[in-house]
Design a protein around this ligand. Structure first.
Ligand SMILES: Nc1ncnc2c1ncn2[C@@H]1O[C@H](COP(=O)(O)OP(=O)(O)OP(=O)(O)O)[C@@H](O)[C@H]1O
Ligand SMILES: [Mg+2]
Length: 332
């Protein structure tokens, strides 16, 4: 019997002042698995995550979705109070810059204690004991001393560990990690990702890993969705994406991904930039940057189509072309 996904999103669209920021996003995330959401800056990754969490201000953003099912419940239909409870106890989020998410005037231990007291109704002494355990769990050295320090007294990597401790304090089923390591240097990045991976094995939580870095996705994701200009343009297992990328944008991203032994300045990059919501072309939104562009692409705005197994891509080129090289497409 097929297991239901922990998180299943269909037809998620977000607009802001008439501009479509995100269009028809869909993804499935299984319990205990990591789903990578990749794309260049401005492609709509954070807006999608915020919409799923219902953290976008309804007065400014218009959010529509066919469904956002989390652990058997439709998130859009939950009351505000119930949604807040889900956010505190079942879905957690960590961000790129922990300094903005942490309270600067509260010792880090207190911030974990508060989370535990609010969401798990623990008394102060038990919460404090648990907070110390959490700091040790995320490998903060000298945790019994660090627990009373303020965020500015800690390094960037330590602050991100504190954020993770807060995020997992209530043992969430789903962790949304939005560029969790982008602000950190490479060695610390690897340590944080390894820590998340270990905690996932212990807690069995699903992780939505948002990043512009394909290297991060390759190492830690089971499945990958690639976003471009507000849409998911390719999705599949990590090996499908890395070994048989179908969409020219994904292929371009893979080519521009810096291999460790090469000078970053020599890398081929995809010419042009992601179009802003108001300047997207009529046909395929990647058309103007696509090396395989042909006339038909100006007139067709392709949606995700299934290729093999669960590998899907939004490109007009027929299957034969994608796998076997050029094949004439009738424009008529
Ligand atoms: N608060 C906001 N108000 C208006 N537009 C916004 C807001 N936040 C994001 N946008 C727009 O929505 C689009 C998607 O932005 P989003 O932040 O989701 O991109 P992203 O993929 O997370 O990029 P990055 O890698 O830079 O974090 C962009 O065009 C952006 O300008
Ligand atoms: Mg973002």
């Amino acid at each position: 019997m097929a297991v239901a996904p922990l998180l299943s999103v269909r037809g998620l669209s977000v607009s802001y002042g008439g501009a479509a920021l995100v269009e028809g996003v869909e993804l499935d995330l299984m319990m205990g698995k990591t789903h990578g959401l990749v794309g260049e800056s401005g492609s709509g990754k954070s807006v999608s995550a915020m919409a799923i969490m219902r953290l976008l201000e309804p007065k400014q953003f218009r959010v529509e979705a066919q469904r956002i099912t989390f652990d058997g419940r439709e998130l859009p239909s939950l009351g505000t109070h119930e949604m807040r409870r889900v956010r505190g106890a079942e879905i957690s989020m960590i961000f790129q810059e922990p300094m903005t998410a942490l309270n600067p005037v509260l010792p880090v231990g207190e911030q974990i204690v508060e989370t535990l007291r609010v969401h798990q109704k623990l008394d102060r002494a038990t919460a404090r004991k648990r907070a110390l355990e959490m700091l040790e769990w995320v490998r903060i050295p000298a945790a019994d001393r660090r627990i009373d320090e303020y965020p500015h007294q800690l390094s960037g990597g330590m602050r991100q560990r504190v954020m993770i401790a807060i995020a997992i304090a209530c043992q969430p089923k789903l962790l949304i990690a939005d560029e969790p390591t982008t602000a950190l240097d490479v060695t610390i990045q690897a340590q944080i990702l390894e820590l998340l991976h270990e905690l996932q094995r212990e807690l069995g939580m699903g992780i939505l890993l948002i990043t512009h870095d394909l290297g991060v996705v390759a190492g830690y994701a089971d499945n990958v969705s690639v976003m471009y200009a507000g849409r998911i343009i390719e999705s599949g297992t990590t090996s499908q994406i890395f070994e048989h990328a179908l969409h020219p944008y994904t292929q371009g991203l893979l080519r521009s991904h810096p291999p460790v032994d090469r000078d970053v300045n020599e890398l081929p990059t995809i010419p042009g930039t992601v179009p802003q919501p108001h300047e997207r072309p009529n046909g395929c939104r990647f058309g103007p940057r696509c090396a395989h562009f042909r006339q038909i692409c100006d007139r067709t705005d392709p949606r995700l189509m299934g290729f093999e197994a669960r590998h899907r891509a939004a490109c007009i080129r027929p299957k034969g072309y994608l796998f076997d090289g050029p094949l004439e497409v009738s424009d008529g």
